[in-house]
Design a protein around this ligand. Structure first.
Ligand code: HEM
Length: 444
């Protein structure tokens, strides 16, 4: 097997200079992927390997996962996330995952259903027929309330807007650092760096409030925060203050931002596709007695779940997954060196016509009866895969279905004519200008 040196690997493949990445990364990556499943991209001073074939993706995420660590993108988010479950590696990651996993087991997630529905009904209670609101903001407020309540038993509704604003500042900064060629040292007090540090401080204050409140209340809890705070190793040592801060910050951010973004895109897609909306309404109308939908009933709402699967296909909130090789790895017939940066884009793979006919068409029907029978499991990866598969997947899927079913029964949302809709690929795939919609109370 030949050892391939960067950048001459896969000779014959075009080496893409990704200036376009700054302007329109989604189209640039899609175009690059169409020229081959393995493509070298030149991004400023770096060469990265874009992998778009499901077999290769499975090699990296599953079979050879021990030869990789999280890549450069997430490293830039470390000043914000610290060394939590999303960013940690090796033994620390294994310990964190083992600690947090029980909080996401089926029964525990099922038990979150009631809170999810209650919070959704509460959020809608603030809306009036005819309101014009930014759906992205509303969904962020809602999923923030759900995450803080279910994960940390905390009521922090008044903090939702501060968190959203600071998270936007922080994510734009991280993205800027990933893209910029001029890599200034992090201690240089540029205005952007100062804004970022201020945003992290504000987010830190929210996290510390969550931890302090729990430390002061003597009650028994059964959530992920209780697991983290009750953890101790063989010597009886618990997590340090810093470790606890990093885990809570990670779960706080990962636990609401992605689901909120998914829901914002979902409502837009439903507005743009009235036939889909009608079919969803039919299913929701059949749900018994107009009583609130519960976690038990979600299995009886196949079309609702299909709408979520399809929205996750077209607008995967985690649109890019990045790995760095720490050992040589094999992509038959080649061997690639340690140090190789690998990019995998769910957005790009999900729009590949080889796996999804008419890939640009929003068609929940493709997911009925459990989806395309012949689909390679790594052609659809909204939650990643392998050992680093999203820990919150069951929660996200339940939450999205319950929000959709609960609000879908009594509200219709219509995009305000002329409102610009554009993707903003930060760490998550956000709508750049929000999604301004008219809220119509409409009993289904
Ligand atoms: C639609 C919603 C969501 C999407 C699309 C999503 C997507 C992802 C993806 C793609 C990864 C893997 C990243 C990688 O391999 O580099 C991931 C990891 C993770 N997600 Fe999610 N996520 C969602 C919701 C959630 C929720 C609700 C939580 C927590 C309550 C959560 C917590 C995490 C954590 C902690 C990790 C790191 C897991 C590890 O490395 O062990 N996510 N997520």
């Amino acid at each position: 097997m030949s050892v391939l040196a960067i950048p001459r690997a896969f000779s014959g493949r075009r080496l893409y200079t990704m200036r376009a990445l700054n302007h329109d990364p989604l189209s640039a990556l899609t175009a690059a992927s169409r020229s081959g499943e393995r493509v070298w991209l030149e991004i400023g001073p770096y060469r990265v390997l874009l992998l778009s074939g499901p077999d290769d993706i499975e090699e990296v995420l599953v079979r050879q996962n021990r030869r990789f660590v999280k890549g450069r993108t997430l490293q830039h988010a470390r000043p914000l996330l610290g060394d939590g479950l999303l960013t940690s590696e090796g033994d620390v990651w294994r310990r964190d995952r083992r600690l947090a996993q029980p909080a996401f087991h089926r029964d525990r997630v099922h038990a979150m259903g009631q809170t999810i529905v209650d919070q959704t009904i509460r959020a809608a209670g603030r809306w009036r027929d005819g309101d014009v609101r930014d759906m992205a903001e509303e969904m962020m407020r809602l999923s923030f309330a759900i995450a803080t309540d279910t994960l940390f038993g905390a009521a922090l509704d008044d903090q939702a807007d501060t968190v959203r604003a600071n998270l936007t500042t922080a994510m734009r900064h991280v993205n800027g650092r990933v893209k910029t060629l001029l890599r200034l040292p992090p201690w240089l007090p540029t205005p952007d760096m100062r804004r970022f540090q201020a945003a992290v401080r504000e987010l830190d204050a929210v996290v510390h409030h969550i931890i302090r409140t729990r430390q002061q209340d003597g009650a028994e809890h059964d959530d992920v925060l209780a697991l983290l705070m009750g953890a101790s190793d063989q010597e009886g040592r618990g997590l340090t203050e810093r470790e606890l801060r990093d885990e809570v910050m990670t779960l706080l951010i990962a636990g609401h931002e992605t689901t909120a973004t998914l829901m914002a895109w979902t409502w837009l897609l439903l507005d743009r596709h009235p036939a889909v909306r009608r079919r969803l309404d039919q299913e929701l109308r059949r749900a018994p007695n107009q009583a609130p939908v519960t976690a038990d009933r979600v299995a009886d709402l196949p079309y609702t779940r299909a709408v979520i699967s399809e929205a996750l296909r077209l607008y995967p909130p985690a649109w890019i997954i990045n790995r760095a090789a720490i050992a040589p790895f094999d992509l038959i017939p080649h061997k690639l060196p340690a140090g190789t940066q690998v990019l995998i884009s769910p957005y790009v793979v999900h729009r590949d016509p080889r796996f999804f006919p008419d890939p640009e068409v929003f068609s929940p029907e493709r997911w009925l009866e459990d989806g395309p029978k012949t689909l390679h499991p790594f052609a659809y990866i909204p939650f990643g895969g392998g050992p680093r598969l999203c820990i919150g997947r069951p929660m996200a899927l339940l939450e999205a279905s319950l929000i959709l079913a609960t609000l879908g029964r009594s509200w219709h949302f219509a995009l305000v004519p002329g409102h610009p809709v554009e993707t903003e690929p930060l760490i998550t795939l956000r709508p750049r200008h929000g999604i301004r919609m008219t809220f119509r109370a409409a009993a289904v």
